[in-house]
Design a protein around this ligand. Structure first.
Ligand code: F6R
Length: 365
């Protein structure tokens, strides 16, 4: 089953172009510039009139949810908030009329996420599942849903499921957005870009060996930072989580601007700092953040847009990703970070598919 790959995690990373194609198949009507989501067809009015959307999940699913929050506000103009399922469940949550909860889960069995879903439904929320495992408990207990269709994920560290979660949340945001304020031409433009992402991912996974060579140069360092802004802030969180869970290197992710408010004190000579610094509305701000780190001796690893010749002046190492519209950037920027974590773990001699202390699904609260 592993084919040419030494680990499931690498197989699942490298196969993401095909996986994403499967996830998107039949859901994009390029000719009419439409999103087709059978699971939502009966609920279109309810979704378009939503007053508030709560996204929930744990770990990687929470990071996908944070991207979903940005997407729903940006594309569908619905107030949206992501919350850790474990926190949401016990804070006596307020559910108003027109509230929708979106539980996000690969396994569909995560105890925290399941109990948040039950609590929200008991209080009257409509539940829309973003789940991978067909027929799982969370899938069964939602009112409607969109499956990821990324196939079973074997590696404990989630990679392709994250990609599927973000892709599905993008589709949902476009679907609802079109029924609110988003123009047909804009939807068509995003769908065209989305359709090309599998090919883009291919060009990134081809850089795997180079990413390994770069990681090798900083592999002795035990503390890393991951920084990004806007849609790439959740990607920074996800990059740090991936590194922690399989390489056991301590890493923190945060909004790039937050660094100045304390964590900058951590930066010393040679500390690896990974910036997600693609072209977009906050590019110049990210460059200033890079300069702040650099002047304190940090080593900069930057994920940047293809053809950005400027960034080489600031970064020690650059990983290029193709240019895509900002709301779609997480689908490409996360790929080098998955590879970075993978190679770091292998270089440190760890069992990538079975990291210590972790199970594939966490079925206790
Ligand atoms: C990280 C990881 C976990 C899961 C989390 C939720 O790589 O796999 O953080 O994302 O335990 O699991 P699901 O998506 O199954 O609810």
């Amino acid at each position: 089953e592993l084919g040419p790959y030494p680990h499931y995690m690498l197989k699942e990373i490298m196969e993401q172009p095909e996986t994403l194609r499967t996830c998107l198949r039949g859901r994009i009507d390029r000719r009419d510039g439409r999103v087709i989501l059978g699971g939502l067809a009966q609920h279109t009015r309810l979704l378009a009139r939503a007053q508030r959307i709560i996204l929930t999940g744990q770990g990687t699913a929470f990071h996908a949810g944070l991207i979903g929050e940005y997407l729903l506000e940006d594309l569908a103009k619905i107030p949206a908030r992501v919350q850790y399922a474990s926190e949401f469940r016990y804070r006596n949550p307020i559910i108003e009329d027109g509230s929708i909860i979106i539980p996000i889960s690969q396994s569909g069995e995560t105890a925290d996420t399941l109990s948040a879903l039950r609590e929200a439904r008991d209080r009257g929320a409509f539940a829309l599942g973003v789940v991978n495992t067909v027929g799982s408990t969370i899938a069964r207990e939602t009112d409607a849903g969109v499956y990821l269709h990324v196939g079973p994920e074997i590696g404990v560290a989630s990679t392709k499921a994250f990609l599927g979660q973000v892709a599905v949340l993008t589709l949902i945001s476009l679907y609802v957005g079109r029924r609110r304020f988003l123009a047909e031409a804009d939807v068509a433009r995003y769908l065209e870009a989305l359709d090309q992402i599998p090919d883009h991912i291919n060009t990134i996974t081809q850089q795997s060996d180079r990413i390994r060579d770069v990681v090798e140069q900083v592999i002795d360092r035990d503390n890393w930072l991951f920084l990004g802004r806007g849609f790439n802030y959740p990607v920074a969180l996800e990059g740090a989580l991936k590194l922690k869970e399989i390489s056991y290197i301590h890493a923190e992710g945060m909004p790039a601007a937050e660094m100045k408010h304390g964590p900058i004190a951590l930066i010393d000579q040679g500390m690896p700092v990974v910036f997600v610094a693609t072209r977009g509305s906050q590019y110049e701000k990210v460059i200033s953040n890079i300069e702040e780190v650099r002047s304190r001796g940090g080593r900069i690893l930057a994920v940047a847009s293809e053809g950005d010749t400027n960034i080489a002046r600031y970064a020690d190492f650059v990983f290029e990703v193709p240019d895509v519209p900002e709301p779609l950037q997480p689908l490409v920027t996360v790929i080098p970070l998955q590879l970075l974590a993978y190679h770091a773990a292998v270089l440190r001699g760890h069992d990538v598919d079975k990291p210590r202390n972790l199970a594939k699904s966490v079925t206790v609260e």
